[in-house]
Design a protein around this ligand. Structure first.
Ligand code: GLY
Ligand code: MN
Ligand code: MN
Length: 448
């Protein structure tokens, strides 16, 4: 759970973000923003999926109860932050747990005002009336689209009394995505911590894996370590893929036995206080890479090193991918996976047969985080505080024109990079990835 910010401190990071959002709204003419949290989701009959607050809402509030809405009024003067949340209810709190209630939430989280969520529909028309713009995530949730449209129509129906609905509707996510793309110090501290936890989970998996164990047993070790160290959830369903399963990019069956001589690809990260880690390691089930496995592995590691070297301010989002693709393409030619010159392979993109995904995505609250990648023809420039993954791979499916020694080898190596003034900081470096380091760790776990 995210901690309620201490109101005695200087402005909390959440409060600062609300003020910044309001300032950005004012620059674009002002107005009122409405940011609802996520709905609870039924799983079956009366059982629900574990609740997770909406990322935008968390980012601005730190408030993790369901049935809550943030309203920001960015007018001429100070911004006003108003929370709508569930009321205190002794009986419901006995069954389901603590609720802050509006007054408690206002005090603990530093809102200017708070109301019960049951009053939202009645209050919305007056909050909207006369505002120059309504800032909302239109199209994200049809239920909310109807709810806000109803409120707008209510204002319009009273136009004879001089009330005016906002003439402009803007997507508040555009402002929030731009803000979320560059992480502040509070966010980076959490991301470093969730990285540490996730690295220790990968180390635990390397120590545990052995021929005859099942993929789901390794998954259980990962989940145990995430939870033991305070993560609320895995950030996404772990991929624990032995042997040929590593060549299925989104393999989540995790139900097969591990075989001597196979590699094991694990793509897993924890989520802590609403922030994701995203790490992939690939290692031999037996503890020793075969020659062809080590060849492919070292090629992917070299590609990753080239991509990491391309992460720095002034570079753009696509530069790490270009660097990794070039190394991979040359290696594929050298290993006789592909024929032709490097230029021809890059030009025709024939390397995509073995490397079909991109090298990076933004990382933050969402594993594929908010933020634009491209504007028109221009890739997003990298700047300090941005966080992206660096995850090249090579996946060789059996085929007549492919050397048999490489069949069914699938390797991905994924780390998380924070762009810094001088380059980048790899916050997931604690999980070993050099062949010698992985083999030494596994040997040590097996008693030498
Ligand atoms: N685990 C999802 C990804 O690597 O993008
Ligand atoms: Mn990733
Ligand atoms: Mn991943």
């Amino acid at each position: 759970m995210e901690q309620a910010p201490n109101p005695d401190n200087a402005l909390s990071a959440y409060h600062q973000r609300r003020l910044l959002l309001a300032a950005r709204m004012r620059l674009a003419g002002g107005g009122v923003a409405l940011i609802p949290t996520a709905p609870e989701q039924a799983r079956n009959r009366d059982t629900h999926y574990p609740y997770r607050a909406d990322s935008y809402f968390q980012y601005l509030t730190g408030f993790t109860e369901p049935e809550a809405v943030l309203v920001i009024v960015a007018g001429g003067g100070e911004a006003e932050s108003i929370l709508f949340c569930r009321e205190k209810n002794a009986e419901r709190e006995t069954w389901d747990g603590f609720r802050h209630g509006p007054e408690g939430a206002r005090e603990a989280f530093g809102f200017d005002a708070a109301n019960v969520i049951a009053d939202l529909d009645a209050r919305l028309p007056e909050l909207l009336a006369g505002q120059p713009a309504f800032w909302f995530s239109i199209g994200q949730d049809p239920t909310w689209d109807i709810r806000v449209t109803t409120a707008l129509n209510k204002v319009r129906s009273e136009s004879r009394t001089g009330k005016r609905a906002p003439p402009v509707i803007r997507d508040v996510r555009a402002e929030l995505d731009a803000m979320r793309l560059v992480k502040d110090a509070t966010e980076l501290a959490v991301m470093r911590r969730v990285s540490e936890i996730s690295c220790s989970a990968h180390i635990r998996a390397m120590r545990f894996a052995a021929p005859g164990r099942f993929e789901y047993e390794v998954e259980a070790e990962l989940l145990h370590e995430f939870r033991r160290q305070g993560c609320e959830f895995p950030a996404y369903t772990p991929i624990v893929a032995g042997g040929a399963n590593a060549c299925i990019l989104h393999y989540v069956g995790n139900d097969q036995p591990l075989r001597d001589g196979d590699l094991l690809l694990i793509d897993a990260g924890g989520e802590l206080s609403g922030y994701a880690s995203d790490i992939t390691r690939t290692f031999p089930v037996s503890g020793r890479f075969s020659g062809p496995q080590a060849d492919i592995y070292d090629l992917v590691l070299d590609a990753q090193a080239a991509a990491i070297a391309a992460v720095r301010p002034g570079a753009n989002f696509a530069d790490p991918h270009s660097a990794a693709s070039k190394v991979l393409a040359q290696g594929m030619i050298d290993m006789k996976l592909l024929t032709g010159s490097l230029d021809a392979v890059l030009e025709s993109e024939s390397y995509k047969r073995f490397y079909m995904h991109r090298t990076s995505h933004w990382l933050g609250k969402d594993v594929h985080d908010a933020g634009e990648y491209k504007e028109g023809e221009h890739w997003a420039p990298l700047a300090p505080g941005m966080v992206l993954t660096i995850e090249p791979g090579c996946y060789v499916r059996p085929a007549e024109d492919v050397p048999e020694a490489f069949w069914d080898i699938g390797v991905r190596i994924e780390d998380d990079a924070v762009v810094t003034a001088g380059g980048c900081e790899i916050i997931t470096a604690a999980a070993p990835k050099r062949v010698a380091d992985i083999e030494a760790l596994m040997r040590d776990a097996r008693g030498g």
